[in-house]
Each structure stands twice: as C-alpha cells, then as structure tokens.
Design a protein. Structure first.
Length: 121
C-alpha cells in the first residue's frame, strides 16, 4: 500500500492520485530556519531553480524544460522530482531523498548521520 501525494497547502505539488511506496520513514526535528536555509540554496543552483519553477507550474513549459541538462532533464521527464513543504525531493525506486546542494549543509548532515561514508559530494 502506498501513500497518496496530492496538491495541498503544505506545498506538495505531486499530481493528485500519484502513489509512492514508503518502505521506511526517517524524520528529524528541523527548525523552520533549517528548511529555509536549504530552500534558499536552490536559487543558487541552476537545475534546482529550474526544477522548482517547473514543479510549481500548472502547465508544461517546454522553454524551461529545454534549459535542463542531463541527468536533470531525464529525471524530470521520468517524474522523479517532487516538492513537499518547499523542499525538492528525488525519487529512486522505493526511496526518496531531499535534494541538498550547499556544501555546508552536506557536511552538517554527514557529521550528524549515523552512516555517511558512502555519500558522494
């Protein structure tokens, strides 16, 4: 059984009725400043900025899509990206992860993670 994602006030822009299987749930008590800090970095990253614009629009934008490069374009066409609470997520098989682009954020996550050595930067 999957969890249905649909448009909501929380900023979720996944199409109504789309299912994503959740095999495990991980959560942390991030302060609003943490979310804000991560989302602000998206504006500095070309592909994240374009992806956010695409996901927030109601209609396709071939002009914006043409600005994406691989593998971002392929992932967009395969609907592997979605937004929840303004955070960009990437879906791969039965898992999804928040997209983090800032080196300081990545270092902080690694420092506080239980298992981090396999992450690439």
């Amino acid at each position: 059984m999957g969890t249905r994602f649909g448009g909501s006030a929380s900023g979720n822009t996944e199409p109504e009725g789309t299912e994503a299987l959740i095999l495990g749930i991980s959560s942390s008590e991030l302060h609003d400043e943490s979310f804000s800090s991560v989302t602000k970095t998206y504006a500095k990253h070309k592909h994240c900025s374009i992806m956010l614009q695409l996901l927030q629009q109601k209609h396709r934008s071939p002009e914006l899509e043409s600005q994406l490069e691989e593998p971002w374009l392929r992932d967009y066409k395969d609907k592997k990206h979605f937004l929840i609470d303004g955070l960009l997520h990437h879906r791969e098989k039965n898992t999804s992860s928040i997209t983090v682009t800032d080196r300081d954020h990545i270092s902080l996550i690694r420092k506080n993670a239980i298992i981090a050595p396999t992450w690439d930067t």
